[in-house]
Design a binder for this molecule. Structure first.
Ligand code: DHB
Ligand code: FE
Length: 279
């Protein structure tokens, strides 16, 4: 059976693409952000994942306001970048893991999550940039399965529903009859608001409470409505739902291996968390 190794949760901000392509890693603005990633890369080198389930939100690239699935799963042999982040050159395509894609889709639908299956899908900065932060040489050593959660157009799935989706994904991974090592990556958040009167809003207190909760009281955020979460974290801060889906894939003893939190990157409170699944 496949083995679930753990979860990496990270913010995604288009400006990271420009910083990568212009090699701004050691600039004072960027250093505290990029410095968060080497410990995660060391862990990855030892954990050796073969496949990554990447939970992210589409930002109007595959799905626009006229057709908006609540949950969608990629089932493509490869995924090309389209919105690849401000200024970063097009990244090499990501190989898909078709076997896990279809196992996941079948498992989720059997479990009453009626996901949209996508045999063609582009990936935007929500997937491409976290992958480039985890594997900076962009010679991807893993196959991917994108899971897309709508955080763009109301009505959004609740935090409680996202938790259940994560649990179902976790069960699917662990029932996959393949000798594969699987990592879950959740991308988005933490607090940020890009538009309206509260543009630039960041809530460090809540972000840190949320980071702590993912080991101490992992379902904490499910006790809030999305309206409350938007008030607490900003209109785009609701992307923290991706972190919740990722966390919920894990069960039993979950250990925090590493975290980073830095304000701001662009308009975003940039968070990074690595959680390990006990054997
Ligand atoms: C920013 C953050 C996001 O999550 C996003 O999708 C786009 C932009 C930002 O802070 O600039
Ligand atoms: Fe985003």
């Amino acid at each position: 059976m496949a083995k679930l190794l753990g979860s990496v949760m990270t913010s995604h901000v288009p400006a990271i693409g420009r910083a990568i392509s212009q090699r701004l890693h050691d600039e004072p603005y960027w250093k505290p952000f990029f410095a968060g990633y080497p410990p995660v890369r060391d862990w990855l080198a030892a954990a050796r994942p073969d496949t990554v389930v990447v939970v992210s939100n589409d930002h109007g690239l595959n799905f626009f306001l006229d057709k908006m699935p609540t949950f969608a799963v990629g089932a493509a042999p490869e995924y090309r970048t389209a919105d690849e982040g401000w200024g970063i050159p097009a990244l090499p395509y990501f190989p898909g893991d078709l076997d896990l894609s279809w196992h996941l889709i079948e498992s989720l639908i059997a479990d009453e999550f009626d996901v949209v299956s996508c045999q063609e899908m582009f990936v935007d900065h929500g997937i491409a940039l976290p992958m480039a932060l985890l594997w900076p040489d962009q010679n991807w050593p893993v196959r991917i399965v994108p899971v897309i959660v709508n955080t763009v157009q109301a009505p959004l799935p609740s935090a409680a529903r996202c938790w259940k989706l994560g649990e179902s994904i976790g069960r699917a991974i662990e029932s996959w009859d393949a000798d594969r090592r699987v990592l879950v990556v959740g991308t988005g958040g933490l607090s940020h608001q890009l538009d309206g009167e509260r543009a630039g809003f960041i809530n460090k207190d809540f972000d840190l409470k949320f980071l702590d909760s993912l080991t101490a009281d992992p379902q904490m955020a499910t006790r809030y409505s999305n309206r409350d979460l938007v008030e607490l974290t900003g209109t785009q801060g609701i992307e923290l739902l991706m972190w919740l889906v990722s966390r919920a894939t894990m069960h039993g003893t979950v250990r925090e291996v590493h975290r980073n939190y830095h304000i701001p990157i662009s308009n975003t409170a940039a968070g990074l968390l690595l959680l390990e699944q006990a054997a």
